[in-house]
Design a protein around this ligand. Structure first.
Ligand SMILES: [Zn+2]
Length: 104
């Protein structure tokens, strides 16, 4: 799935941007304000990486379902999920009815 590759690539890029991954970070004598900026940058990147990792996990679940020929089947009622919905949310685990019921 193209999207998984894209997400994994984004994670890689974000981690590269993370100031904490700079090998010189620990040894540099940065001013305190630089440290604060690096901390904020690190936190933002960490949150984004977490988001992407969650996304990759969802894609993995969808991929596993394709392998098991379960893809597009609602996990709750076992009815096929409408194609229009799958196009919108490829990793959807439930049809709209079940999703609504589960959210209540
Ligand atoms: Zn259902």
């Amino acid at each position: 799935m193209k999207e998984k590759v894209k997400s994994l690539k984004q994670i890689e890029e974000l981690k590269k941007d993370d100031p904490f991954s700079d090998p010189e970070h620990a040894s540099d004598n940065a001013a305190i304000d630089t440290d604060v900026r690096e901390q904020v940058g690190h936190d933002t990147i960490e949150a984004e990486v977490k988001d992407l990792e969650r996304r990759v996990k969802e894609i993995d679940v969808a991929l596993r379902k394709i392998i098991e020929h379960q893809y597009g089947i609602c996990e709750r009622c076992k009815k096929p999920i409408p194609q229009a919905r799958l196009r919108l949310i490829p990793e959807a685990a439930y049809d709209i009815d079940c999703e609504k019921k589960l959210r209540k």
